[in-house]
Design a protein around this ligand. Structure first.
Ligand SMILES: [Zn+2]
Length: 465
């Protein structure tokens, strides 16, 4: 069996063939950290974390890179509004991002590169593009010569001429052609800047991903992923930059997750239906949000509403109840039944069905149907008077494994007070030892269970969120 991926580039499902055997080099465009993430940002985080976990489950070693855009116009604006500098805003929302996605069951990337830490490689990248005549300087800005890249439009399936008809040069832009895009922006008075061969300025948005992917994953990567809204122009521009520079294919597979609507409307600031993950996980189990997202195929649009979330909760509860009942029965099970082999074979068949669903372009919706079927069979088995420990254990293991692949936990998400106190004590010790990674991890762990910590001069206080 092989994994098939829908590739935006070819617009069809393709068999996944890694560059290096059993390895996956994966780059996912990360957030611009000027605010808490909204539910639309949560979708790619959950979806591509699941893709990663599934590859790992299938025996691949995944190198997962996801960037933080920690300087841009929105950050500069947010910093001005808050009366702090840009790095302070960025750090605040990078921390918040880690907390939120960790609560949603997402693992940290192997590397989370930041623009402000990558300025040298970005400048070097731009210099080479200028040398190769794919870019030019104009009044302190540097632009990419879009028309000089032959494959432009191949990801979004548009021709240069179609694109040209819709493009125009905005006031203040110093580009030669309406399709050219900015690689380096000259700093305005009072703005954060870095010195460059073209004067004081900062990178444009698209160039960071090309430079970071090359640095951390190499010239050609297996999978490049992000939200559907990024396919044009962001990903198209990334291809133009990277392939012009290296002469190699930038990414073999392009994956894009579908849009998210709120109560059947497009999410927008003006409609006031902006849903922040930070807020919803105060009221809902973050695991439920993950389960909800995965109950729809990642390429389909998803509609978010509290009503749908509550309906989904019934499903998740059903699965958890089966698991709890199995655990409960474990105590009273014996090893004497005649139908063990039959049941063990049946349980093993669920693994096969699950893999089949996930191999087919990560069809988590079908994979979750397999979980419901597993739960149904478990409930059926539990009606038998004599149950065998070996069968109950097989059911439990299957639940745990398959839930784990989807990044879901089965235990009721309730920590006892004394468990919370013990974790807080462990965190205090970690901080005394200046082990901030452990201290952050404990805080994230508690956050994931809806426990909010507050560090006060009198010590750490906690409350249930
Ligand atoms: Zn990107």
């Amino acid at each position: 069996m092989t994994i098939q991926i829908y590739n935006t580039l070819s617009r069809r499902k393709e068999v996944f063939r890694p560059i290096e055997e059993n390895k996956v080099k994966m780059y996912v465009c990360g957030p611009t950290v000027y605010n808490y993430i909204h539910i639309g940002n949560a979708r790619p985080a959950i979806v591509f974390d699941t893709v990663r976990k599934y590859f790992e489950f299938r025996g691949y070693e995944v190198n997962f890179v996801s960037n933080f855009t920690d300087v841009d116009d929105k950050l500069i604006k947010a910093a001005n509004e808050l009366g702090v500098d840009v790095p302070t805003v960025a750090q605040r929302f990078i921390d918040a991002y880690h907390e939120d996605v960790s609560a949603l069951g997402c693992s940290r990337a192997d590397v989370h590169p930041r623009v402000t830490e990558s300025i040298d490689i970005i400048i070097e990248f731009i210099e080479t593009l200028i040398e190769k005549d794919y870019a030019y300087e104009s009044g302190g800005d540097v632009y990419y010569k879009t028309r000089s890249f032959e494959g432009y439009g191949k990801l979004s399936h548009q021709s240069i001429d179609e694109l040209r008809s819709g493009a125009r040069i905005e006031v203040g832009e110093k580009k030669q052609d309406a399709l050219d895009f900015v690689l380096w922006k000259a700093a305005k008075e009072g703005e954060i800047y870095w010195d460059s061969p073209w004067g004081k300025g900062r990178p444009g948005w698209h160039i960071e991903c090309s430079a970071m992917a090359k640095k951390f994953l190499g010239e050609t990567i297996d999978i490049h992923a992000g939200g559907q809204d990024l396919s044009f122009p962001h990903h198209e521009n990334e291809i133009a930059q990277s392939e012009a520079l290296t002469g190699q294919t930038f990414a073999n597979y392009w994956m894009h997750n579908g849009y998210i609507n709120i109560d059947n409307e497009k999410m927008s600031k003006s409609l006031g239906n902006f849903v922040l993950v930070h807020d919803i996980i105060k009221h809902y189990d973050p695991q439920l949000i993950r389960f909800f997202m995965l109950s729809v195929h990642y390429r389909h649009p998803i509609n978010y509403s509290e009503e749908l979330l509550n309906q989904t909760k019934n499903g998740l509860d059903r699965l958890r109840t089966s698991f709890a009942n199995l655990n409960h029965r474990l105590q009273s099970s014996t090893n004497l039944t005649s139908t063990n082999e039959e049941w063990l074979a049946k349980i093993a068949s669920f693994r096969k069905d699950f893999i089949e669903a996930m191999d087919d372009d990560f069809n988590t919706a079908n994979a979750i149907s397999v979980l419901f079927e597993l739960s149904k069979q478990a409930n059926y088995y539990l009606q038998e008077r004599n149950t065998a420990e070996v069968v109950i254990k097989a059911f439990l293991k299957e639940f745990e494994t398959l839930f784990g692949v989807l990044g879901l936990t089965l235990a009721e998400d309730q920590l006892l007070d004394e468990e919370i106190e013990a974790l807080i004590e462990k965190r205090i010790q970690a901080r005394k030892n200046r082990d901030f990674a452990l201290s952050d991890q404990i805080r994230d762990e508690l956050k994931a269970k809806n426990i909010i910590l507050e560090d006060t001069p009198q010590g750490t206080r906690w409350k249930r969120g």
